[in-house]
Design a protein around this ligand. Sequence first.
Ligand SMILES: [Zn+2]
Length: 265
Amino acid sequence: MEHVIGVIPGSAPRLLMAGQRLAPAADVFPDLAPDPVGDSIWVVVAPSDLAAPKGAKWVGARAALPVLPPTTQPIALRALAVANWRQTSRFCPNCGGPVEPNPARDGYICLREDRPVFPRTDPCVITAIMDGSERLLLSHAANHPAGLYTLVAGFVEAGESLEAAVKREALEEVGIEISQMRFVRSQPWPFPGSLMASFAALAVSTEIVVDQDEITDAAWFTRPRLTSLLDSGAITLPLDYSVARRTIEAWRSGALTWAQHDLTA
Ligand SMILES: [Zn+2]
């Protein structure tokens, strides 16, 4: 089955939707040639001011993805990731030469050197830091809406392992030293080009020191205290669909504990 997906790329990309489904973008923009992505996906990359055709609407991808059927989500995620990468990678990174889409590998071929250029993905770690009593550490970032608390997260630096990034971010952002960790789950997050890897980690100490730059507040939460703060509206959590939210909800439900090793939340 072929999918032709309309995308407006960027850090807040949009998808062409008809109700709760992807709109068939095949013939609606005759001036925009679809780019092949893999064997069966075509992406129509649209400029940000392009009006949607009748019966369709440009919808922010963060809002659109959760309503798509589970079988369509990975297709949309792939189209978004490729469209976003292509938008910011229009020349060969080696020689600066012109490129054209290379459907076999989702990337480009450099026309000057005849060499493939592959899409890049930026890994991020996101960590459910727990203490020995299974309290969860949530933090508020300076650039987040008021009251939004989430897990400690950050980009993996060049030449760094995921594990080292988990330890570094915990120390830098909230002053917590991690003794043990394990992988929980991952999720593509093409806003614009990340792969989120979530971990559960055990804190050595419980004294929080926020960096006051990126993070302005952080605290330990028990399950009942978090529920009561959410019920009163004092704090909010990230989007349902995000790996951060899924990991937090796994902890809230008791599925994510430090002792339990089966973590398919
Ligand atoms: Zn080149």
